[in-house]
Structures are given as structure tokens and as C-alpha cells.
Design a protein around this ligand. Structure first.
Ligand code: NAG
Length: 435
């Protein structure tokens, strides 16, 4: 038998339980050694109240179980308009930067460049007092609190397209991927929501996760963390649990590296395929700022060009994507976001499949599930395989993708089957035998 049996233990609760609000404004340690970004980047914060829009809507959301939660939508336009100033940059992308001088900003006047984001787009419902609303809700529904019920503070969200996959094997793969997520969530007492509806016509492709994550936050005030996972990411370590204690002072946890994100400004310095975002106002604000860069429309193409010029290792002629936009925001509005973002690389919150799949047999010989790191990766993410759309990245053959998805699935499934007294003959085979 390959594996140590997974213990169905009680989840250990975080020792210090974060309250129903954004984590405190701790000082980012790296600030001390902060290098001033090459002079050419400067941010003018653009937060202002742009007039009273009568939202006045009371939105009611199902809150998972029996109770209902009233969302008091804002009656003001809490615009998080971002007016990025790029000073001294040699980059000149026609149409992207306004050359109209802006008063009151030295950097701007020197260079005269401005990145436009789509400020007419809004994620809904707009909320500005979510921490208060959530605190009130939790005090009225103490039986729903993770800390008092032993329920997981995590809520996992994933999604795939409403229509059948273009690739005939795609739907079969998605079925296996959702079974894999259900298995992990069942073992660890985590609620899961899988969405297949087009939620917001302006948020498509990579961007679908933004309205979905936001909807999950307001529908599930009992959840402390919303955990996004791409449909093409599989759990490969069914025993590993997220070290939530470590993230007490953070609101966003992404797999990534500080030097790649903040020094090299690499497009692959972090991966948005799997992330944790705290259920709080800070996160709603981040989603607003982020979504303004991804709304469908002409600006999305221009912002894409801008991101390619701003980031290294980003493809040319690639429309604005959520990953590039987040790396940009973290650099451009450091004071606002950086201290609350934890870039995780001590285990595979996201694991790039190409680097992992050939090591599975060696891992099985030497280790057992529970490490989550290179000894036994927590998640194997089939980036670039495009298994549903069938547009396999030229870098990988469809065959290599399919074969290794199957291997990753079986690696995880073996950890489930052995609970029931079975195991797979090999990672290549779906056949199982009595242990
Ligand atoms: C801004 O977003 C909206 C969708 O909400 C879209 O209709 C519009 O075309 C976008 N504007 C630009 C300039 O991209």
C-alpha cells in the first residue's frame, strides 16, 4: 500500500481567530528594505465620491442554510477610480495615456502619462460597510460562526463555462476535477460552490472569478475566507491543510514570490489559479479596483498592451488579464494593498503541472501525503492545457496534458479509495483493486 491512511481528524481551529473584519493594518516588514521603484511610477489615489447614485437596493441573498441576509447596498457611488500616473516612462502606447496635464501632481506633469481604467464599470452590489454588516450578521447568527461550530472558515469556489466543452474529453475532465474538489472538501469539512452560470457579461474569461468571489462573500458571511480554485487545478495531497494561522494578518493569499512580483514585475510572479481572499471590506475594495481593469470593452485591449509593457514575461497582444492586473495594482498602489497580501511559496497552493507530474512515482516511493510541498504537492494545476476549450497551448501536446491529468487525478483518488479499502493499479490506470 502506497499511502499512509488519511486521518479524519477534527480540523484544528486557528488559535487566534480573526474577527469579522479585515485584518489589522500591520506594517509590511519588507517596507524597511523597500527600494523606491524606478522613479517612473507614481500613483495618484483617485478615491472620491462621485455623486449620489440612488442604489437604495436591498439585495437579499441566500446564505447557504436557512437564514437570509440583507445586503444594504450603498446609496453612494463609492468610486475606487484609479488614476494611475506613469512618470518618466519612455513607454508610449497610443490611446492609452492621456497627455492632458493634471494639476497638483509633480510626477504627472513631468511625464504626462495616464492609465485609464474603466470607471463606468461596477461590480454589484456596491457595499462600503461590509465589515459592520458582517459583524452584525454574525452576532445575530452565532450558531453559524466557524469558531463556535467547528465548521471550516473556508468556502471553496470554482466554475466552468455554461456550455459543453469544445474538446470532447473536456467535460469528462471537468467531472473528474469537480469530484476531486468534492473529495477534498468532504474530508476537511469545507463548503463548496461550483458555478456554471455566466454571472456578469462584462467579466468574462479569466475575470469570471471576480463577481463570483464577491457574490460568495456576501452570500456567506459565515465564511472567513473565500477560496478560489480554477477548474483545471486538482488537489493532489488530500491530507494537507492550509496553514491559516499564518495568514491572520493578511487578506489575500496567492502562490507567488516577492522578488518576482515587486522587483522583476514578472507576469508569472504569482498565479491567480488558486487563492484565498478574506471575507471583508478590504477585499471588496480590491475586487472593485481590480475589475475596473478587466471589464469587456475597448479599454481591455489597451490595458492589455499597457500590462505587457509594464510587466516582464507577458505575451504581446494579450488582452487585460486578472493576473497581470493584480501584479500591476500591487506595484502601483503599494501602500494600499501590499501589506495585506501574502505571497506563499512554502508549499504548492498552486503547483505548475509541468514541474510536478514526472515526480509522482518518486514521491510515492519516498514520502506520503500531508506535506503539500515538493515532497507531495498540495495542488497540481494544468495551466496552459485548456482541456475544455481544446486550444492547447502550443507548448504542450494535448496528449501530454490528458495523460498527466489522469495521473494527477489517480494520485489523489488513490488517497480516497484507500479509505474504502481499494487502490489504483498504477497512476495510468483507472482500475482499482482491493488493498
Ligand atoms: C466599460 O465597461 C462597460 C461594461 O460594463 C462596457 O460596456 C464599456 O464598453 C467599457 N468601456 C470601455 C471604454 O472599455
Amino acid at each position: 500500500m502506497y499511502y499512509h491512511k488519511i486521518e479524519l481528524k477534527m480540523r484544528s481551529l486557528p488559535t487566534s481567530t480573526p474577527g469579522p473584519s479585515c485584518s489589522g493594518s500591520g506594517i509590511w516588514v519588507g517596507d524597511r528594505k523597500k527600494k523606491i521603484l524606478q522613479n517612473w511610477l507614481h500613483v495618484l489615489t483617485g478615491g472620491f465620491i462621485a455623486g449620489l447614485l440612488c442604489w437604495g437596493i436591498i439585495r437579499t441573498f441566500e446564505s447557504g442554510l436557512l437564514s437570509r441576509l440583507s445586503i444594504e447596498a450603498d446609496n453612494k457611488d463609492s468610486s475606487t477610480a484609479l488614476h494611475k500616473k506613469l512618470a518618466g516612462s519612455p513607454i508610449d502606447i497610443p490611446g492609452l495615456f492621456s497627455e492632458t496635464p493634471d494639476s497638483g501632481n509633480g510626477f504627472y506633469e513631468k511625464a504626462g502619462f495616464k492609465l485609464h481604467v474603466n470607471n463606468s464599470y461596477r461590480l454589484r452590489p456596491q457595499i462600503s460597510d461590509w465589515d459592520d454588516q458582517r459583524r452584525r450578521w454574525l452576532s445575530k447568527n452565532p450558531h453559524k460562526k466557524a469558531t463556535t461550530t467547528g465548521k471550516s472558515p473556508l468556502f471553496l469556489v470554482s466554475s466552468s463555462q455554461p456550455r459543453p466543452c469544445e474538446n470532447p474529453m473536456g467535460d469528462h475532465f471537468l467531472l473528474k476535477a469537480i469530484k476531486n474538489k468534492m473529495d477534498y472538501c468532504r474530508l476537511h469539512g469545507i463548503d463548496i460552490f461550483y458555478n456554471m452560470a455566466q454571472l456578469d457579461p462584462a467579466m468574462v474569461s479569466f475575470w469570471v472569478k471576480l463577481p463570483l468571489v464577491r457574490a460568495a462573500m456576501v452570500a456567506h458571511p459565515e465564511a472567513e475566507w473565500i477560496w478560489w480554485m480554477d477548474s483545471d487545478a486538482l488537489f493532489t495531497d488530500m491530507a494537507f491543510e492550509l496553514p491559516l494561522d499564518k495568514y491572520t494578518n493578511y487578506n489575500l493569499v496567492v502562490h507567488g514570490w516577492e522578488n518576482l512580483v515587486f522587483e522583476k514585475k514578472s507576469w508569472v510572479g504569482l498565479n491567480m489559479g488558486v487563492f484565498l481572499i478574506r471575507n471583508c471590506q478590504w477585499s471588496l475594495d480590491l475586487l472593485d479596483a481590480w475589475a475596473a481593469m478587466g471589464a469587456t470593452g475597448p479599454l481591455k485591449i489597451q490595458i492589455g498592451k499597457f500590462l505587457t509593457s509594464f510587466l516582464s514575461e507577458r505575451p504581446e497582444n494579450f488582452e487585460a488579464d486578472d493576473q497581470g492586473a493584480l501584479i500591476y495594482l500591487l506595484n502601483a498602489e503599494k501602500e494600499r494593498w501590499r501589506s495585506k497580501v501574502y505571497l506563499e511559496s512554502s508549499y504548492y497552493l498552486h503547483g505548475y503541472w509541468v514541474k510536478l507530474v514526472d515526480k509522482y512515482e518518486e514521491m510515492i516511493r519516498k514520502y506520503h501525503p500531508g506535506y503539500g510541498d515538493e515532497r507531495w504537492p498540495f495542488v497540481t494545476h494544468f495551466v496552459g492545457c485548456e482541456l475544455c476549450s481544446g486550444e492547447t497551448n502550443a507548448q504542450y501536446s494535448a496528449e501530454k496534458c490528458r495523460k498527466n491529468v489522469e495521473r494527477a487525478f489517480n494520485l489523489a483518488d488513490d488517497q480516497i479509495l484507500q479509505i474504502y479499502g481499494f487502490h489504483h493499479q498504477s497512476l495510468q490506470s483507472s482500475d482499482a483493486f482491493y488493498i
